[in-house]
Ligand binder design. Structure first.
Ligand code: SRM
Ligand code: SF4
Length: 611
């Protein structure tokens, strides 16, 4: 890991933290001018949350308006807390505008699957929903869950009922709440992975919003009204969190879940028998930024301390509630925990967490990560069970024309599989817990449907976000572009004898960072149609951010931009040296120390001894 230096000195000088900045209006007296002035400064979303009656808003009525496939703008913000986004097909926009037609509205639905584990029965139910309501495709995301795209408004309630029937839900999959909790997936180290998965599930359950709005709106559940704020939403209150909040649990040596990109993380500390003795706690990671606004930046998380297993959930709640109370509710671009920590300093933040848990955190224990990708093909666990990690291009599970039949193949496998399925943080799927005697049968089905067990080294280490046509924020293509670029880059790498070199590459259609591009050795971030910023120099284990290498590169020039760097790497690398590390040592890009230094391209912060 990098040294997180300059800010550590500043922490001693950190101001006394402010009290909670969101407020419940007094019940026993009129609101004062000062309170009204503070409320007026809040971001628009804060007012939407306050007025929503614990996430109800006008959703129930909006669903009954059959004249439009859309819902109101405010409800569009609220529906995120229910795991949905209103979208439109951007490919169809020009044609529809020409014909003076409304946009082609539909909804993206994101499930909450803590730790990314589902049973074969659930797989079959989700497959059925995909075929019936969502264009026969499931989309595995970068946070271990599934999304459906293209569900029309009139089918929303039916889809949600079917999800409920599969004993799953979409509560808090999006919105200003704790999102799907991720955990190290491949269950090979049985004890440690079991503990990681249990912790993810327990945190997910304990930080789940308690409002009954979800059941009421989507399943016609009973309306539970009234009650004090503390009873309806004891942890969140009426205004929930200032912004999204993401938690993850990692098991070294693999950082497959990209812990440093998360608001809060737990790193398993193992004894010599691979059992968990406690967790290092990380805080303040995040990827999103805005082009041209240097006050926004990605940031890798700090390791804050060590916690015993019995206190981990208390720590999760304390970290989240400090962010609830200290996070910026006036400016959503400055609202994530990473900015709160930059503002108050890690020491002050840690002290407040300790006050809330009534204990001192231990000092962090040593740990080592080796990579942030998946292990493809078969692995055997400590208990003799087998796990097959499949390479799913951009997580899109469908039947490809003249290509792999992911949807049909995995459905057929789910009909005979006795273990479980696991989604990885890199958009891939694991057929897990296969007994030895069933391994050959599963493998035969995988082959029969042309499903890919692996790919070339670059592709194995790639992620692309959804982007066009569904993402309303995309500035450029990503999922539909990266495969072609990789074909070009594979040729170039092969020319330099690097065909089998493990290099991480990630692309996004905008700087929000959904594929975590700023911790990939090669990061492409959409700038405009067919134009990308090229970021280089991140660490292979996901612990160091990259640096902007070249602005606004045309898609057609990316291969030619990278080719000389591959050539130089092939000639000048030390044995075992990774591409990102080499580019810094050779002086092609400056080392990024952390978020505030991300936009500094001068290299002034490069440690001595580096070129
Ligand atoms: Fe994301 C917004 C897709 C993981 C940072 N993200 C979006 C939206 C919902 C666009 C929108 O707001 O209208 C995208 C929907 C596209 C679509 O059509 O499906 C979207 N994000 C995704 C997914 C599906 C990408 C993928 O290809 O797999 C991932 C779903 C995760 C999940 O299952 O919960 C996804 N998003 C991430 C990650 C990666 C992670 O969490 O490990 C990040 C970076 C980490 C972080 O949060 O800092 C990420 N998404 C964002 C942001 C920027 C947040 C910020 O702090 O600035 C936005 C925009 C926003 O929140 O305003 C965003
Ligand atoms: Fe959309 Fe941008 Fe996220 Fe890609 S990174 S899915 S373009 S918000």
């Amino acid at each position: 890991m990098d040294d997180h230096s300059p800010r550590d000195d500043a922490q001693a000088l950190a101001p006394t933290p402010a009290p909670r900045v969101y407020e419940t209006p007094p019940k026993d007296r009129p609101i004062t001018d000062a309170e009204a002035a503070r409320a007026a400064q809040l971001a628009a979303n804060e007012h939407i949350k306050i007025a929503s009656g614990y996430l109800r808003g006008g959703l129930a009525d909006g669903l009954l308006k059959h004249a439009t496939g859309a819902i109101s703008e405010d409800d569009g913000q609220l529906v995120k807390f229910h795991g949905m986004y209103m979208q439109d097909d951007r490919d169809l926009r020009p044609e529809r505008t020409k014909k003076k037609l409304d946009k082609a509205y539909s909804f993206m639905i994101r499930l909450r699957i803590a730790g990314g584990v589902i049973s074969p029965q659930q797989w079959l139910a989700l497959d059925d929903i995909a075929v019936t309501y969502a264009g026969s495709a499931l989309r595995a995301t970068t946070r271990q869950t599934f999304q459906y795209h293209g569900v029309i408004k009139s089918n929303l309630k039916r889809t949600m009922a079917a999800i409920d029937g599969a004993l799953l839900d979409t509560i808090a999959a999006c919105g200003d709440v704790n999102r799907n909790v991720m955990a190290a997936t491949n269950p090979a180290q049985v004890g440690a992975h079991g503990a990681a998965h249990r912790l993810a599930k327990d945190i997910s359950d304990s930080l789940l919003p308690k409002t009954s709005a979800w059941r009421e709106i989507w399943l016609d559940g009973e309306r539970v009204v009234g009650g004090e704020e503390e009873e309806v939403e004891p942890v969140y209150g009426r205004t929930y969190l200032p912004r999204k909040f993401k938690i993850v649990v990692a098991v070294p040596p693999s950082n497959e879940v990209d812990i440093f990109a998360h608001d809060l993380g737990f790193i398993a500390i193992l004894d010599k028998n691979n059992q968990v003795t406690g967790w290092n706690v990380t805080v303040g990671g995040g990827m999103g930024m805005t082009h041209g606004e240097p006050e926004t930046f990605p940031r890798t998380a700090d390791v804050m301390g060590f916690v015993a297993p019995e206190d981990a959930i208390k720590v999760a709640e304390a970290v989240m509630t400090v962010q609830r109370d200290w996070g910026n509710r006036k400016n959503r671009k400055n609202a994530r925990l990473k900015y709160t920590i930059e503002r108050y300093g890690l020491a002050a933040f840690r002290a407040e967490v300790e006050t809330r848990i009534g204990k001192t955190l231990g000092e962090p224990k040593p740990f080592t990560f080796t990579n942030n990708g998946d292990r493809f093909g078969w692995t055997e666990g400590d208990d003799g069970r087998h796990h097959l990690t499949l390479y799913v291009p951009s997580g899109r599970i469908k039947d490809y024309e003249d290509g792999p039949q992911f949807l049909t193949g995995l459905r057929t496998i789910a009909q005979v599989h006795e273990g479980d399925f696991r989604l990885t943080a890199n958009q891939n799927v694991i057929i897990a817990n296969v007994p030895t005697e069933k391994r050959a049968a599963i493998e035969a089905l995988v082959d029969q449907y042309g499903i890919t067990k692996g790919a070339g080294a670059l592709r194995r280490n790639s992620i692309a976000c959804v982007a066009l046509p569904t993402c309303g924020l995309a500035l450029a293509e990503s999922e539909r572009y990266l495969p072609d670029l990789m074909t070009e880059l594979e040729e170039s790498l092969a020319t330099h004898g690097l065909a089998e070199e493990e290099i991480t590459i990630r692309s996004t259609g905008c700087p929000n960072g959904c594929a975590r591009p700023f911790i990939a050795e090669i990061g492409l971030v959409g700038r405009g149609p067919e134009r990308y910023h090229l970021y280089l120099g991140a660490a292979f284990d996901g612990s160091r951010l990259s640096k902007l290498y070249k602005e606004d590169v045309a898609a057609s020039d990316i291969r030619d931009t990278l080719d000389p760097l591959f050539a130089d790497f092939a000639k000048g690398r030390n044995p075992g040296e990774h591409f990102g590390d080499y580019l810094i040592r050779a002086g092609h890009v400056a080392r990024t120390v952390n978020g505030p230094d991300f936009h500094d391209r001068t290299g002034a912060l490069k440690p001595a001894g580096h070129a």
